[in-house]
Structure formats: C-alpha cells, structure tokens
Design a protein around this ligand. Structure first.
Ligand SMILES: Cc1ncc(COP(=O)(O)O)c(C=O)c1O
Length: 407
C-alpha cells in the first residue's frame, strides 16, 4: 500500500499556513471532512436525542454512529463507548465511581511514567477512601516500564492498576497485555490511558486486556473531547452519581448532561478519515483502520529514523526517548541551553516543537528534568520529510548561534 502524504496534507487546511507541526502529542491538526462534519451537524435541525422530530433523530443518529466508529477504532462494543468532555474528566468520573467500593487498606497502583490525568484522580480517590497508593517506577536510563515493575506493587489488596499504553513524554509503550494478565491474576481492574497510544497504534481493548481504555479524539485528527471504552457488562455493575430523571441505561448512565453532538459527528468523521488512509474501499471499517495504522506506523517509523539520525549528529542534543517499543515522540534536552529558548527560536521559523513536561510531571522529575521537561518533537500522520529537515536545520542553527554567542 502506498501512503499518499501529499493527498493527506492537502485535506488539512491548517497546514496551508506553512508551519511544521511537531505538536501532535498535544493535539493534531484537523482534516476538512472532520470540520465539515461538525459544520454539517450544526447546519441541520439539532435537538436533544429522540425519535420524534428531525432534530431529535439527527442527534440520535450522530450518537449511534459515533459509538460505532469509536468501537471500530478501539476494537470495543459500541454499547461500551462512553463520551465525555476529556480523558481527564472521564478518568476523574470513573475514579470516583470505582473508589466508592474501596475501603481502608485497599490499594491502587499508579506509575511514574503516566500523564497526571492517570495518576492524580486515583491518588485523590485513594486519599478519600483511606486506600493506599503504590507507585510503579520506570527505568529513567532506558525509559522502560516492565510488567515486573507493576508486579512488584501488586498485592491481594490491589483494586486497580492505572497505566499508560504510551507515554506522552517519551513515547514508551509498556507491555499492556502482560500487565493486564498479572493485574487480573491479582484480582484487580486495569485502567489504561490510551490517549497518546491511540494516535499511533491500532488499539484493541480485548488484545490489550484493558478493563477501561480512555482516549481523546483530538490526538488523532478529531475534535476536542474524550472517549472511554469498557465492556458493557462491566459498566452495568458500576453506579456513578447521576441525576434522577436521566436514564440509567449503559453507557448513557455515565454521560452527564447533553453530549456535544457536533463533536461526536467530527469524531466519527475522523475515524472514517483514518480508515480512508488504509488500503482500498473493501473490508470492514475496522479492517481498513488496521491497514491504515500499518501505513501510519511505517510512515512515522521512516521519519523517526531520519529524525533520530539527524539528532545523533547534533552533539549537544540528548534524546530521552529510548524504550524498545515506543511512539515517534522524542523528548530532547540541549546541553547548555534552555529548551524554552529553542522552542521560541524554532517558532520564529515556523517550526512548532513545544517545550515542557506536558503534565507528565512525575516522569519528567524521574528523568532528572524537574518540572521544566524538554523539547517534545512528535510525529503525526501528516508530518513530512521536509518538516523533519526544517526542524533539524532549525535546531542546528539554534545550537550554533548560541555557541557563537557564548564565544
Ligand atoms: C497520555 C495522555 N493522557 C491524558 C491526557 C489528557 O487528555 P485530555 O486532554 O483529553 O484530558 C493527555 C493529554 O495530553 C495525554 O497525552
């Protein structure tokens, strides 16, 4: 299959501004069909979900189709797809609901590799219930978080393990299926942060063995909201706080208030757009997504290689992304220079690679980078070889200029 980068880029209006975007891990640029789907939803009658009037039926269709699309993307059951405002909000909601059954002495395992959205909600829920938080560490030298790191924190009191499927800071992809196995053997539930992962790999909640898998469409060409997948039978057992008149059906039980129908339409369009990057029109959407992710992984892999070779030639650059299995997201520090200055220098040249710890605060501290973090260079399906070259030239110019300036 050939990956048609030119055609792909032509369908993303924001790229016409000429910026080389390496900020995909913070949020991707949106293709025209996604924008159009949002606008089309708002251009037709739109009411609260129902089956009486056109506006009600439009809203209903949007929700049903978005659940199907997200189920195809995550290998889940549409009846187990919960929509929310963000992954952070969904994780807070589920942490409160799950913690309602925890008691003093129960334990929850979080990792130092995770984005704070998959740490703090669990820590705070544990504090409120008198439960104990155990922290699985990763190896800062290799960036690896292993199943043994998790195993070391498990006990017969473990109720839940919260772990990322891919670090948004250094890209590490821990062995989730193995972690799921040992978590379940310990009698605990596994909550997986798939926010960074879902943008780069073909997600499959069953293969991962996750009880809960949360992600955010704005990381994979869609609009800004969150999605959680779980088995409907598991969701049936949970009792979230909810309003009296609102339905108790699953998954609606977990969706507080009115859903952002226009964003759900955009998300369905994003999934269709991704599927369209796969081989030909044949096969199910799930099959086309699998083929599309093969193409995306190959494309991003080639560019990552080019980027890493270029960075290796720049003496002052340290790359902190080192795990054997990882996404094309590189965290850099620059000897003798603030990455904040590099970010501004590159921004003046139309290259957007932000600097920070990106809410993966504990990971940044564990890497010895404090709260400042580093320069994050993230590849996306629309990244081009020219983008990579512009970044490498910009970085090289920054380092040379500053070296000269320092005499
Ligand atoms: C790995 C990871 N988890 C969670 C989040 C939070 O996602 P949201 O903005 O949807 O709350 C992010 C956002 O950057 C992320 O990268």
């Amino acid at each position: 299959m050939t990956y048609d980068l030119t055609a792909l880029r032509a369908r993303i209006p924001a790229l016409a501004a000429g910026t080389a975007h390496f900020d995909g891990p913070g949020g991707t640029q949106m293709p025209l069909p996604v924008i159009e789907a949002i606008a089309a939803t708002l251009s037709r009658p739109l009411s609260i979900r129902g089956d009486g009037l056109p506006g009600e039926r439009n809203a209903e269709t949007v929700v049903v189709e978005a659940r199907r699309a997200m189920a195809d993307l995550l290998g889940a059951d549409p009846a187990g797809i919960v929509f929310g405002r963000s992954a952070t909000q969904l994780t807070y909601d589920f942490s409160r609901t799950l913690a309602a059954t925890w008691s003093p002495g129960d334990e929850v395992v979080v990792t130092r590799l995770d984005h704070d959205a998959n740490i703090r909600p669990w820590v705070q829920a544990a504090e409120r219930t008198g439960s104990t938080v155990r922290r699985a560490d990763f190896d800062p030298a290799t960036g690896e978080l292993t199943a043994d790191d998790i195993r070391a924190q498990l006990s017969d009191r473990t109720r839940l393990v919260a772990v990322t499927a891919a670090s948004n800071l250094i890209g590490t992809m821990p062995p989730i299926a193995e972690i799921a196995r040992i978590t379940h053997e310990a009698g605990a539930l596994l909550y997986v942060d798939g926010v960074h992962y879902a943008a780069h790999a073909p997600a499959d909640i069953e293969a991962l063995g996750a009880d809960f898998l949360v992600c955010s469409p704005y990381k994979f060409l869609g609009p800004h909201h969150g999605v959680l997948a779980a088995r409907p039978e598991l969701l049936e057992t949970l009792r979230p706080d909810k309003l009296l008149p609102s339905t108790d059906a699953v998954p609606e039980r977990f969706e507080l208030g009115t859903l952002p129908y226009e964003f759900l339409a955009g998300t369905r369009a994003a999934v269709d757009f991704l599927a369209g990057l796969g081989a030909g029109p044949g096969g199910s959407r799930r099959e086309r997504l699998a083929s599309a992710f093969e193409g995306i992984e190959e494309h991003e892999g080639v560019l990552r290689d080019r980027l890493e070779k270029g960075l290796a030639a720049l003496e002052q650059v340290t790359v902190h992304s080192r795990a054997a299995r990882r996404t094309p997201t590189l965290l850099l520090t620059l000897d003798g220079h603030r990455t904040e200055d590099a970010y501004r220098f590159l921004a003046d040249r139309g290259v957007h690679a932000p600097s920070g710890s990106f809410y993966a605060l504990e990971a940044s501290r564990r890497l010895g980078l404090g709260d400042t973090g580093g320069l994050r260079v993230g590849l996306a399906p629309y990244t081009s070889g020219e983008d990579v070259d512009r970044l490498l030239t910009g970085l090289s110019d920054f380092l040379e200029r500053r070296t000269d300036a320092h005499g």
